[in-house]
Design a protein around this ligand. Structure first.
Ligand code: COA
Length: 332
């Protein structure tokens, strides 16, 4: 029997208009364009301004574009999964708000919380619903309004993150294209290095938690860097070995955009040269669950049917993983 693969058959995206440059950050915290550029590769990031706009606002824009590009009727969507750590509300799921906003009235939906690895976790989950035959059209959204949980007095985190959202459509493919394999890992002992302490059940919001600025990202950058640089490269090497592909066979590395130095180290470990690395960190910074679908959105026209891609991510949890894809279409 032919195995059914889940193939990405379209990509949509949305980034807000407001551009927060390194120069503007220089006026907010003790930093410099030179430090940010050399230590991270980031030049600017997008910020969602406007009262009452959350992650679903960007998700709805991205999904509407995706539906239009792929001529898909929203009523034909079976499932929407949204990867995010900045949901509109603690509940209900942002996926449901997006479904309502785009008119996907026959779908069910849920969110996945895996920080910067969220999109690839959600992609694997969505693929399983297609491979099992339970769903025929799944939308996977990855996005975050990181500006809602950033302390703009903390120079070690506010320079890194930005807002944005991407979305892909998954459909069954009987040809040998689509999501061929995926590997994921997590290590909960990483909670101490990257977290948001308040607002959950352990420390509900209070005057004290707000005064102590505990509703913002806390990151021990150097510890996270060390863990990321080893594990993102390792899992890429493992999935490539398992699928008998080398750096020469891979057309594109699609790496989570956290830090250019982590990406360069991963690429060099798996033998991928610079021109085959998708990068947009300079323009958007780290949009958490948004980085990988936004890369696919930015580079869609350059990807050819049959191209072999490795998607790789690392993030809070710790979580990490890699997905091996044979691309299913030439851009319209
Ligand atoms: C956050 C990160 C960019 C910091 O870079 P780094 O080279 O590790 O820098 P360090 O934290 O060691 O700090 C080095 C110095 O720069 C200073 N510094 C930190 N942020 C600064 C900023 N924005 N501007 C200027 N100086 C800064 C530090 O205070 C420190 O000064 P000191 O030596 O006088 O103490 C880097 O650690 C990183 O990218 N970590 C991983 C992030 C990640 O992948 N997260 C995963 C979730 S997406």
């Amino acid at each position: 029997m032919t195995r059914i693969h889940a193939a990405i058959t379209g990509v949509g995206g949305y980034v807000p208009d407001y551009v927060l440059t390194n120069k503007e950050l220089e006026t907010m915290v003790d930093t410099s364009d030179e430090w940010i550029t050399t230590r991270t590769g980031i030049k600017e990031r997008r910020i969602l301004k406007g009262e009452g706009l959350g992650t679903s606002y960007m998700g709805i824009k991205a999904v509407k574009e995706l539906l239009a590009k792929t001529s898909t009727d929203p009523g034909d969507i079976d499932l929407i999964i949204c990867a995010t750590v900045t949901p509109d509300m603690m509940f209900p799921a942002t996926a449901n708000i997006i479904a309502d906003g785009v008119g996907a009235s026959n779908s069910f939906g849920f969110d996945i919380s895996a920080a910067c690895s969220g999109f690839i976790y959600a992609l694997t989950t969505g693929a399983k619903f297609i491979e099992s035959g339970q769903c025929r059209r799944v939308i996977v959204v990855g996005g975050d309004k990181m500006s809602s949980i950033i302390n703009y007095q903390d120079r070690t985190t506010c320079i890194i993150f930005g807002d944005g959202c991407g979305a892909v459509l998954l459909e069954p493919a009987t040809e040998n294209v689509g999501i061929m394999d995926s590997m994921h890992q997590s290590d909960g002992s990483g909670v101490q290095y990257l977290n948001m302490k308040a607002g959950g059940s352990r420390m509900p919001a209070s005057h004290e938690s707000v005064d102590a600025r505990l509703h913002y990202i806390y990151q021990e950058g150097a510890a996270v860097f060390k863990f990321a640089v080893i594990n993102m490269a390792d899992i890429c090497a493992k999935i490539m070995e398992k699928n008998h592909v080398t750096g020469n066979d891979i057309a594109w590395l699609v790496p989570h955009q956290a830090n250019k130095r982590i990406i360069d180290a991963t690429a060099s470990r798996i033998g991928i040269t610079d021109e085959k690395i998708m990068m947009n960190i300079a323009s958007y910074g780290n949009t958490t669950a948004g980085t990988i679908p936004l890369l696919l959105w930015d580079f869609e026209k350059q990807i050819k049917k049959g191209d072999k891609l490795i998607l790789a991510a690392f993030g809070g949890g710790f979580t990490w993983g890699a997905v091996y894809i044979i691309w299913a279409y030439d851009a319209r």
